[in-house]
Design a protein around this ligand. Structure first.
Ligand code: FES
Length: 142
């Protein structure tokens, strides 16, 4: 008689376990659902970036302003606007240079290299690819 009761109890536990697994299993996010959606690519019309000029976009990861430049015909690149000295925003490129109004650092608008301190590191540079008449902001280059 006791064995019969135990079997029923175990059978009931098995049903309960299966039911809980089924219920909570559905609520488990899949690996795909855990990933946040990739940010939309940042693009700008190539025509809006004249030779020697720039267009400003925003890095979707940091929210920082980025200058897309065309220092020579058909050569595009982009630089963070965040000064490597103390983090002020550098001005838009002018006369081939980006100027930081906080302490006077100057950066080369073609390479991001420091032309005049106190900054000692170049501006972070982004890859830019041309796709038809659009420029696409790529990742930061190492
Ligand atoms: Fe740019 Fe100091 S923060 S020169």
């Amino acid at each position: 008689m006791d064995g019969g009761i135990a079997a029923v109890a175990l059978g009931g536990a098995g049903l309960l376990t299966g039911s809980l697994t089924a219920t909570f299993g559905r609520d488990k996010p899949t690996a795909k659902a855990k990933q946040s959606p990739a940010p939309a690519p940042v693009t700008v019309a190539a025509a809006s970036v004249p030779v020697g000029g720039s267009a400003q976009v925003k890095d979707p990861a940091s929210g920082d302003a980025v200058y897309v430049v065309q220092p020579k015909e058909g050569q595009y690149c982009a630089f963070s606007s965040v000064c490597t000295h103390s983090g002020c925003a550098v001005d838009a490129p002018k006369n081939g240079q980006l100027y930081c109004p906080c302490h006077g650092s100057r950066f080369d608008a073609a390479t991001g290299a420091v032309l005049n301190g106190p900054a000692t590191k170049p501006l972070p540079k982004y890859r830019v690819t041309k796709d038809g008449d659009q420029l696409r902001l790529g990742p930061l280059e190492a």
